[in-house]
Ligand binder design. Structure first.
Ligand SMILES: [Mg+2]
Length: 298
């Protein structure tokens, strides 16, 4: 790394400058990068977005992430086999899966955001339209198994019904995921409140035996959208995880993040950053005590 690149890297880390190319390109020592001044708001936003780099790197590169998907889908298969064995007629068996980070991997979109300092929904519909998402590890094999055993498969996602339906169906079909048609891809219509309505709609005609997701909202609504309320939900459903509820890892985003901000995403990037910091407990080697960062009011 030459001096110029080192200086740029430090400024980038501090969020003081941005480049017209992804940060990884900066590592190449071509010396032909355009550096532009950013407004303080844009650099704070970029700094916040850059905090997601480790999560995206883990999600894309760790074999452990793939193993967790394998674990989820293996448990699901075992539990589904039980349901198939027990099923003695009546309503047909059905399962409902969230799409993003449950069936399809959108981490290239997350990677763009963290590298370029942008936030959702910037670039999201372009990504969806491109229909280039790949299935997460184990999803296709499991879904083909369910399909071969006459189980109805519903994809229940809060992607926009109005904007994203065609591209979503196209993406799922392109990857060979079974039953991916407009009757089975249930996206969020304008004015719709939650996924519960769509799940209940499925229940009128089917016996909905399994739900899959990377967010508690893919299973049901916790009574309170707070860290405590969400933990209570997990405790209440402890025995359902791994059988009726199959959960997958997503450290990149989710409604868990919103609870750090009191579900108010309109606060400033600096406030978000502070709330992230004060949400963690740390060990202080000087006092040998567990502590939390104090919050400062901006
Ligand atoms: Mg999801």
């Amino acid at each position: 790394m030459n001096q110029w690149t080192k200086t740029s890297a430090v400024l980038l880390t501090l969020g003081l400058v941005t480049t017209s190319v992804p940060n990884d390109a900066l590592a190449c020592e071509t010396g032909h990068h355009s550096i532009t001044q950013q407004t303080p708001e844009a650099s704070a936003e970029a700094q916040l977005a850059s905090q997601n780099m480790m999560s995206v790197a883990w999600y894309q590169n760790s074999a452990e992430a793939k193993a967790l998907y394998a674990q989820g889908y293996n448990s699901a298969k075992e539990a589904l086999d039980e349901q198939i064995k027990k099923h003695k007629g009546g309503k047909k068996l059905a399962i409902a899966l969230d799409i993003d980070e449950t069936v399809l991997d959108n981490s290239p979109y997350q990677a763009y955001s963290t590298l370029h300092g942008t936030s959702f929904p910037e670039g999201w519909h372009e990504w969806v339209d491109a229909a280039q998402a790949k299935p997460v590890y184990g999803a296709k094999a499991f879904l083909k198994y369910a399909d071969a055993h006459d189980v109805e498969i519903f994809y229940v996602s809060d992607r926009s019904h109005e904007k994203d339906l065609d591209a979503t169906v196209k993406n799922l079909k392109k990857e060979g995921l079974p039953q991916a048609d407009i009757a089975h891809v249930l996206l969020k219509k304008e004015g719709e409140h939650s996924k519960s309505e769509r799940r209940n709609q499925i229940r009128t005609d089917y016996r909905l035996v399994q739900l899959f997701g990377d967010n508690l909202l893919d299973f049901d609504e916790p009574k309170a959208a707070t860290p405590e309320g969400r933990e209570t939900f997990v405790k209440q459903h402890e025995d359902d995880f791994g059988s009726k509820y199959i959960i997958f890892p997503n450290p990149m985003y989710g409604s868990w993040e919103g609870t750090l901000y009191n579900n108010d995403y309109s606060i400033s990037p600096e406030q978000k950053s502070q709330l992230r910091q004060s949400s963690v407990t740390y060990f202080d080697p000087a006092t040998k005590q567990l502590k939390q960062q104090e919050q400062h009011n901006n």
